[in-house]
Design a protein around this ligand. Structure first.
Ligand code: FAD
Ligand code: MLT
Ligand code: ZN
Length: 498
């Protein structure tokens, strides 16, 4: 496997020995909270799920995983690591897509998997306080029973942790409706690199007493502290939800439909996603393989597809609005075809066309993932530029070949957020392919004053490329913040900003 040219191991970090493992185990209330190959309490296979990332692109060689049960235990482990110069990688559900959650070399893996309880929920304000290791989907089910919704949804919800979501400032499928975590997170508890447990777990909506420190942790990707609990404002769960998927002739048509959807649906629009025909082909194939049967969804297929979701509190009112939009789109021939979910099963099945895209791409090969932000009108131009480059370099033939170096170059994303995902599906990760794509992809983003990471973060993948999106003054300020929190550079080394 080729995970890119990664930094060498720094000799400033201590190499773990069985004595370190013994000492750390003694800090934990339960001996089973630590597994290691150094004392034979684990085999390399036991650690594989922690050392290898979701894409099969990045793989570390850590000999130890520690899963403390309380923030105080994390504090003790961190203090020990701080005193002994041991590098640490915080890990949640390990669904990150930029090589941030796995070690680069032999860093200790500190997992939040054993901190997974809901601490409190106030049904009047909608404020939830939960441990960082709680799985997003589990928390959302808990909230659903109370008529509330977690203000973030994403395809990895069955595995990712809410602490990981905050650490990456995940965007997801409904940011258009509920906004960024920078707005909904009210407070955090975190363990600092020296082991101090910081209680910033406010449940106040308004608090102007000085710097808003929690904001530094949102999107910090495990570089300045370990988030151990999250306080977050959760909206009421919509009681009426609808979803429709359309096939369209062009990216211009997708943009027009987006404008119409906003104007017809107003406050009930909860998601607007798009994907191209290459993405549709992969996700349809993947879904057919899951169900073991062929399914024809559209009479007329298109070069593009968009998914529109509404969420409101009055089914009749929402349906009237949605029907108005559908009639308008059909009568003005703005779409080629469309399907509106008739029941809960169809709702999930239409969503799966979009939600299963990352999995479908992963099944088709080794995926180079790019997560970019540019003005909506410019988004698809980047995919076209990338395809041209891959074709010019002889890597992509036509729209891709099963046996060729590049099997597909797929474009999809969160239209409402100006967030484009380019997934380049290769037959394998290789230096040759990576050099054709990078830094070219970042250059074309910089030319549009865009962001090289709209939502997945920097990790190890984009750490060398931050300057394509941030000026030197911003990078210097970020370095100073890192230095302030983590003067020894022990937390998630080699990543974020180098
Ligand atoms: P991990 O992968 O374990 O860690 C991610 C980063 O956060 C690492 O740098 C890690 O060190 C750090 N970290 C984790 N937990 C903590 C903590 N408690 N304290 C401090 N640092 C911590 N992302 C989006 O933004 N939008 C999407 O729509 C989206 N969809 C996805 C769909 C799929 C199928 C997959 C596999 C991933 C998707 N992602 C998406 C990316 C990923 O799911 C998110 O980044 C998620 O927020 C990561 O959570 P996690 O618990 O898995 O974190
Ligand atoms: C998505 O929008 O599906 C996610 O960001 C994950 C991905 O792009 O792979
Ligand atoms: Zn996304």
């Amino acid at each position: 496997r080729w995970g890119g040219s990664l930094p060498d191991r720094s000799s400033k970090f201590t190499k773990l020995t069985p004595d370190h493992i013994k000492a750390i185990r003694e800090l934990l209330s339960s001996p089973g909270s630590l597994i290691s190959t150094l004392d034979n309490s684990a085999s390399p296979e036991d650690l594989a799920g922690f050392n290898n990332d979701w894409m099969g692109k990045y793989f570390g060689k850590s000999p130890v995983v520690v899963k403390p049960k309380t923030p105080e235990e994390i504090g003790k482990v961190m203090k020990y690591c701080y005193d002994n110069d041991i590098a640490v990688v915080p890990q949640g559900g390990n669904t990150g897509l930029v090589g941030g959650s796995t070690p680069i070399h032999d860093e200790l893996i500190l997992s939040t998997a054993n901190l997974s309880s809901v601490r409190s929920f106030d049904p009047v304000s909608g404020i939830l306080v939960a441990d960082a290791g709680a799985i997003l989907e589990t928390v959302d089910h808990y909230l659903a029973e109370k008529g509330f919704i977690f203000p973030l949804d994403l395809g990895a919800k069955g595995s990712c942790h809410i602490g990981g979501n905050v650490a990456t400032n995940a965007g997801g499928l409904r940011l258009l409706r509920y906004g960024s975590l920078h707005g909904s997170v009210l407070g955090l508890e975190a363990v600092l690199p020296d082991g101090t447990v910081w209680d910033g777990l406010s449940t106040l909506r308004k608090d102007n007493t000085g710097f808003d420190l929690k904001q530094l942790f949102i999107g910090s990707e495990g570089t300045i502290g370990i988030i151990t609990a999250v306080s977050i404002l959760c909206p009421r769960r919509p009681t009426a939800m609808n979803v429709a998927v359309f096939s369209l002739p062009s990216y211009e048509a997708v943009q027009k439909v987006y404008a119409e959807a906003k104007s017809h649906l107003g406050e009930i629009l909860s998601a607007f996603e798009f994907f191209d025909k290459q993405g549709f082909a992969l996700s349809s194939k993947h879904i057919e393989e899951i169900h073991g049967s062929e399914r024809k969804i559209f009479e007329t297929e298109g070069d593009f597809y968009c998914l529109i979701e509404t969420g409101g509190s009055n089914a009749e009112h929402d349906e009237a609005k949605l029907s108005g939009l559908l009639e308008h789109l059909m009568s003005n021939e703005m779409v080629l075809d469309g399907v509106l979910a008739q029941d809960q099963t169809q709702f999930a099945s239409l969503w799966s066309l979009r939600e299963l895209l990352p999995e479908a791409c992963g099944k088709a090969g080794s995926v180079y993932k790019y997560d970019l932000s540019v003005p909506v009108g410019k988004m698809y131009g980047l995919v076209e530029k990338m395809r041209k480059r891959l074709r010019d370099e002889g890597l992509l033939v036509g729209d891709g070949q099963k046996e060729g170096p590049i099997r597909a170059c797929v474009g999809y994303g969160h239209m409402g957020d100006g967030n484009l995902h380019i997934n380049i599906v290769a037959n394998k990760y290789s230096e040759e392919i990576e050099k054709v794509i990078e830094p070219y992809v970042y250059e074309i983003v910089a030319a549009e004053n865009g962001s090289i990471s709209a939502e997945h973060g920097l990790g190890v993948m984009k750490a060398p490329y931050v300057s394509y999106s941030k000026n030197q003054t911003s990078i210097d300020m970020m370095r100073k913040i890192k230095q302030l929190f983590d003067p020894k550079g022990l937390l998630n080394p080699y990543k974020y900003i180098q």
